[in-house]
Write a protein that binds this ligand. Structure first.
Ligand code: MRU
Length: 352
């Protein structure tokens, strides 16, 4: 988070310590810290969006692996590796779309293999060190994204964003919001339209909270107001995050993002995706192969307490959609700007 009252996610203490994270379901009304002591609580925190946003989910998963194996009773290294693998498989079932989850689990699994021969106590400590490295690298990468992305922002710009791709969605600073924090820090005058992001209101609850705290001029709009706001000439650029970017540049992000991209194209407004390379999945050829999470109907019919639809009504609730690469002016990564957004450019920048 920028102007952090608390880190979005961190580890406190040694191997016997715990993972602390902001309980995001309570924001903006209450800022509470959840202490996570075991892998089941971490799985649940990811599933119910206590910790959310692709990079933050990756960090949470890395800590989840530590929580899952730190008290492993394995007495030989093969049995310990099997515990690591079982914990990774379990955490991988929490949410399907953000590839950072699988990226972090693979990284932990691979790291465990490199620790072979050191003894189980050292392997446990080595996994904690690796999870902390995942978190610290994410912090550094987000600041880099801000630096690179802010070059695209001009003084006086009206910007739009969808969902929350801020410090709350990462270890710190954010992806799309890092661009705004950085532009603001450089003294550029910006105004941000934050789409509320039905059904769970990450834009209304989290993005406006973060931008307000950073002293950035932010205006909340309902999702269905975006076209009118663009038509009125109030938006010069759109910046969003991503949960998974396919090899051809198609980008999955929070449901509603695709509609914003189509609207942006119609209004000749450049639409940028901001994401670390860990969000780019070269194994997934196109957006058609990205698994889209479906969320429970209650999040649509009674998301925040009172019912807003009749009992028994059918609900369909995909949590993400895919914006085809042709709608994306550029993808800001820590390795530079991918533009045009083609398979060749994606591969070139990611492997550079
Ligand atoms: O369901 P959520 O809140 O985890 O969805 C989050 C998003 O869609 C973000 O835009 C994305 O993860 C990028 S976060 C830097």
């Amino acid at each position: 988070m920028s102007n952090a009252a608390a880190p979005t996610i961190t580890w406190v203490g040694g191997l016997d310590g715990c993972c602390e994270l902001i309980e995001q379901t309570l924001l903006p009304n209450r800022l509470e810290i959840l202490e996570v002591e075991d892998q089941e609580t971490m799985w649940d925190a990811i599933k119910r969006l206590a910790v959310r946003g692709a990079p933050a989910i990756g960090v949470a998963a890395a800590f989840g692996v530590v929580l899952g194996v730190r008290r492993s009773a394995a007495t030989d290294e093969d049995a310990f590796q099997a515990d690591v693998a079982a914990t990774c498989d379990y955490l991988a079932t929490s949410r399907p779309t953000a590839v950072n989850l699988f990226w972090a689990l693979d990284r932990m699994r691979t790291h465990a293999v490199t620790l072979r021969g050191q003894g189980i106590v050292a392997m446990k400590q080595g996994l904690l060190d690796e999870a902390i490295a995942v978190m610290e690298q994410d912090r550094a990468i987000c600041h880099k994204l801000g630096e690179i992305g802010s070059l695209l922002v001009q003084d006086g710009d009206g910007l739009m964003t969808h969902c929350n791709a801020g410090g709350l969605a990462t270890a710190e600073y954010g992806t799309a919001l890092a661009v705004m924090f950085e532009a603001h820090a450089q003294g550029k005058s910006i105004t941000v339209f934050a789409n509320e992001t039905r059904p769970l209101l990450q834009g209304a609850r989290l993005t406006t909270w973060e931008l307000q705290r950073a002293g950035i001029d932010v205006t909340l709009i309902c999702d269905n107001m975006a076209a009118q706001v663009m038509r009125e000439g109030k938006v010069q650029r759109v910046f969003v995050g991503a949960d998974r970017i396919a090899r051809n540049g198609d980008a999955a992000n929070k449901i509603g993002t695709y509609a914003i991209a189509v609207l942006a194209k119609e209004h000749r407004i450049p639409f940028y995706v901001v994401a670390p390379c860990s969000t780019i999945d070269l194994e997934t050829p196109s957006g058609d192969e990205i698994p889209i999470e479906e969320r429970p109907p209650e999040e649509v019919t009674e998301g925040f307490g009172s019912r807003t639809a009749p009992e028994g009504v059918k609900v369909y609730s995909p949590a993400f959609d895919v914006t085809p690469a042709r709608f994306i002016a550029g993808v800001v990564t820590e390795r530079g700007l991918i533009t045009p957004v083609t398979e060749d450019e994606v591969v070139r920048v990611v492997t550079s």
